[in-house]
Design a binder for this molecule. Structure first.
Ligand SMILES: Nc1ncnc2c1ncn2[C@@H]1O[C@H](COP(=O)(O)OP(=O)(O)OP(=O)(O)O)[C@@H](O)[C@H]1O
Ligand SMILES: [Mg+2]
Length: 447
């Protein structure tokens, strides 16, 4: 980022005095005598600040100001004007000038205003950079949703975002559950509050309690300081409990109480503390099945799953793959500082027919690797991992009839095993008569 200053004034004495002064105070500075020359210099190199007289023969300072704000929006403009024509300074401020200097110039004022502008510029740069970084990490607005099923997910997210009811996000690993949780927060009226994420699978068991509910100073050995816990720390924001199926049973009881009473009892405290938060939970194990298996409390399940967002696995929405692939190509190419390579039909078809057990995260990893391996302008099948590059051996049975018989045999065997060899039950499960089952078994050579 340049800190260079350009002084534009047709009055030679004023111009050279100003240039000399700014140079002496440690700035990199140039002077030109007209707006036209100024535009040439601006096209050639970056300037942080332009200081220009408003009244000049030819183009004039106001026209210059308009060109600078339109063509060099990063460059800040300071206008010089006589006290008698203060209105023109005000007009200039309206057209994008940052500030003005009055003639006769006070060098103190020049220093003060120039320094302030350079500070503002530096701050603006920092803010813009941070905003870019944050945006890249939590790019929820740019969430890819070309498929009808993801369109429905986004629609549901949009509707649910404003509600304080708990949301359960369910989906296989890597389907975008955290992205949805963040979208729910970002689109909510409390988006300016905190989004606090806790991964229950990654937490050491004996810390879960303190992380969630907090503790008082001295509540246990080593608790030199008190801790708020996520529900208190949220202060109106969102608490995201990732992998909620992994929550230990005794913690489930406590969470239920927090959801019912909207207050927490930190460890070692004698009175509960009111809390205000929106709960979003995620799981890659269907939570209902965890309830049925006795691993997750049913009463808590009902409190958590008031609204449910189900993320379909990537293999069920191949329509999303081209846009996702392009997004990841651009992202990983930028990270690797190269131009994004392109994907042709053949490779895209491979991507769209693969089963993606790791879902969107796996796609991102495959593309990252391909960008790294790809030498040319196009990604080749060789740049894909062997599962995808089509070098797997062909199936043992190629003939269609033989393949169907093979499938029938394996399927009947599986169902038989599932029913502990009970043929009556197996026939019922398969939806055929017992006699038919026997006939099939004989034909397929099953004992
Ligand atoms: N629809 C989408 N558009 C763009 N990027 C996506 C989309 N879905 C997922 N991603 C990206 O894929 C990666 C995995 O997503 P995320 O972490 O949200 O998945 P997850 O379901 O929480 O996975 P896990 O179960 O492993 O925790 C992230 O980098 C995320 O940005
Ligand atoms: Mg996740």
């Amino acid at each position: 980022m340049s800190d260079r200053i350009l002084v534009v004034d047709d009055e030679a004495v004023l111009r050279s005095n100003l240039v000399r002064f700014l140079d002496r105070t440690g700035h990199e500075v140039e002077g030109v005598a007209s707006a036209e020359e100024a535009l040439q210099r601006l096209d050639a190199t970056d300037f942080a600040v332009v200081i220009t007289d408003l009244k000049m023969p030819g183009m004039g300072g106001e026209a210059l100001l308009r060109r600078v704000t339109a063509e060099h929006p990063e460059t800040l403009v300071l206008v010089i004007t006589a006290f008698a024509s203060l209105e023109s300074a005000i007009e200039a401020l309206r057209h994008g000038a940052q500030d003005y200097l009055l003639k006769p110039l006070s060098l103190d004022e020049v220093t003060r205003k120039v320094d302030r502008l350079l500070d503002v510029r530096e701050l603006e740069h920092r803010v813009a950079r941070l905003r870019r970084e944050v945006h890249q990490r939590f790019d929820t607005e740019g969430m890819v949703a070309d498929s009808p099923s993801m369109q429905r997910v986004l629609e549901l997210v949009r509707k649910a975002a404003g509600s304080r009811s708990s949301v359960l996000v369910e989906g296989e690993s890597g389907t975008g559950k955290e992205l949805v949780a963040r979208a729910l927060h970002d689109q909510s009226p409390w988006a300016d509050r905190d989004f606090i994420a806790v991964n229950l699978a990654a937490q050491p068991r004996d810390l879960v309690d303190a992380t969630l509910f907090g503790h008082e100073k001295g509540a246990f050995t080593g608790a030199a300081r008190g801790r708020d816990g996520v529900f208190r720390a949220a202060r109106g924001g969102t608490v995201f409990l990732d992998e909620i199926s992994e929550m230990p049973p005794e913690v489930q009881v406590k969470l239920l109480r927090v959801l019912e009473n909207r207050e927490v009892l930190p460890l070692g405290a004698d009175r509960p503390v009111p809390v205000d938060f929106r709960l979003v939970a995620a799981t890659n194990k269907p939570l209902r099945a965890e309830v049925d298996a006795g691993r997750f409390r049913e009463d808590l399940f009902f409190r958590v799953e008031i609204l449910k967002v189900e993320l379909p696995p990537l293999r069920e929405r191949p329509d999303d793959i081209p846009a996702l692939a392009r997004r990841f190509l651009a992202r990983h190419a930028e990270k690797q500082r190269r131009n994004p390579p392109r994907i042709g039909h053949k490779v895209m078809r491979r991507l769209q027919t693969y089963a993606w057990p790791g879902n969107v995260r796996e796609l991102s990893n495959v593309i990252e690797r391909a960008v790294l391996l790809c030498d040319g302008e196009w990604i080749e099948t060789d740049d894909l991992p062997s599962d995808l590059s089509g070098t797997q051996p062909p199936p043992d049975v190629l003939d269609l009839k033989a393949a169907m018989a093979e499938f029938e045999r394996r399927h009947i065997e599986r169902v038989l095993a599932h029913c502990d060899g009970d043929k009556n039950l197996t026939a019922e499960r398969l939806g055929v008569h017992l006699a038919t089952l026997y006939r099939h078994m004989e034909r397929l050579g099953l004992g």
